[in-house]
Structures are given as C-alpha cells and as structure tokens.
Ligand binder design. Structure first.
Ligand SMILES: N[C@@H](CCC(=O)N[C@@H](CS)C(=O)NCC(=O)O)C(=O)O
Length: 212
C-alpha cells in the first residue's frame, strides 16, 4: 500500500504529536504542510482541523483516531498497549488534555503567537485572562508526573507525546516558562523527555513560516 500522508501545519501541537507517534512506532510518512480550513484539510475533516491523514484511498481526521489506525495497521511497538490499566491511563490523559488542558492553554498561546494587536505585540489582556488556567494546569501536570516521571505508567506513552508539544510552546512564553521552572517534577520531566529523537526530529518551524 502507499505511504501514509499526514496533512497539517507542523506548528500544530496535534500534528507534532502524531508525527512523534509515527516516529516512535517506526512508520515512515510524508508530511504535507497545510493550515486548518484549507481545501485539502476541509476535504477530510468536517471542521477543517489538522492533522488529517490519507493512506491510499483511505482518509481519516482527528489525531487520536489516526494514531489508533496506525497502531493497528502497522507493526512496531504498541502506542496503545493491551494492558488494561496502562491503556486506560493513556486514554484518561488524552481526554483530559484534549477536552480541558489544551483548550484552556490555547488563549494564552494565542496572546503571544497570534496576537491581533495592531502592532503585532503580545495581547496582554488575553494573556493575563488565561494565565491562572495555565498556571493551574502546569501545577496539575507537575503532580501527575511526580511519581513515575511519566503521565501514564512507568514509561513514555502517547499521553506524553500529547503533552510535550504543548509544554514546548509554554517554555518560550515568559509567565509559563517561569511556572514550569518552579514546577520541580515537570521541569525535570521536560528536560529528560525533550531529548527523545521523536521530539527533536519534529521541532516545528516558527509560526511566521505558516504556509497559506
Ligand atoms: N481534536 C482534534 C484537534 C485538532 C486541532 O484543534 N487542531 C488545531 C491546530 S493545533 C486546528 O486545526 N485548529 C483550527 C480550528 O480549530 O479551527 C485532533 O485531535 O486532531
């Protein structure tokens, strides 16, 4: 069968998570950079979000659905293991991050990276409004990795692949960088996990290079 094509801007944390999963699984893929709501994305995702996937005549949207497909369709280490407790913990963190943590952090990151201010400077009103949520979620993640150095079980899993790209952006914004610096377990976690080849090899280009 043809090679997997991942369609989406590499700056997207969800695109990066999926690319990390492909690397961890050992599955080769072609990345086609595309912003949300472009025709090639809209053709696959009903809400125009990235990433989307094409595999021959088969298409999918939603990063977790794509990762589950890849996990079953290809040999290699399991992204979603058979162990009931470990898989349950991974799914728990996917749900927590996707439904609560990431949505409450996005307005803060938008304030820096997609500021609508006339001079393009950070939108401090937006940043200040979102900051308490950002700090609370950093504290939550700090507690979560305190015991094992991972979000789920004792090893690196898809839950970590989901969290790390978000933390990477938080590490460059001043207030969240300080909060992570003061979060003892989370800062150690990031320093260690950021050494993984799957994380390094998927380092996104700057937002200024977003295509189309
Ligand atoms: N639940 C989706 C979320 C994907 C998502 O929110 N992607 C962002 C980029 S990081 C996007 O396409 N945003 C455009 C929009 O929400 O309209 C997934 O897991 O793939």
């Amino acid at each position: 069968m043809s090679e997997i094509e991942i369609i989406g801007a590499p700056q997207s944390t969800f695109v990066r998570t999926l690319r990390m999963a492909m690397e961890e699984k050992g599955v080769s893929y072609k990345l086609t950079p595309a912003r949300p709501h472009t025709p090639e994305v809209d053709a696959i995702h009903p809400f125009g979000k990235v990433p989307v996937m094409r595999h021959g005549d088969f298409t999918l949207c939603e990063s977790k659905a794509i990762a589950s497909y890849i996990d079953k369709a290809f040999p290699g280490p399991h992204l979603f293991p058979d162990d009931a407790r470990l898989c349950g913990q991974i799914e728990q963190w996917i749900s927590l991050i996707n439904t609560a943590i990431q949505p409450s952090i996005i307005p803060y990151l938008r304030g820096y990276f997609f500021s609508q201010q006339p001079d393009g400077k950070p939108d401090h009103q937006m940043i200040e409004a979102a900051l308490p949520n950002v700090q609370a979620n950093i504290a939550l993640l700090d507690r979560a990795v305190a015991k094992t150095g991972h979000l789920a079980g004792n090893g690196f899993t898809y839950a970590d692949m989901l969290a790390l790209p978000i933390l990477d952006y938080l590490k460059v914004c001043p207030e969240s960088r300080d909060a992570i610096g003061m979060a003892k377990y989370l800062s150690t976690y990031f320093a260690i996990q950021a050494q993984r080849p799957s994380f390094i090899n998927t380092t996104p280009p700057p937002f200024s290079e977003l295509r189309r």
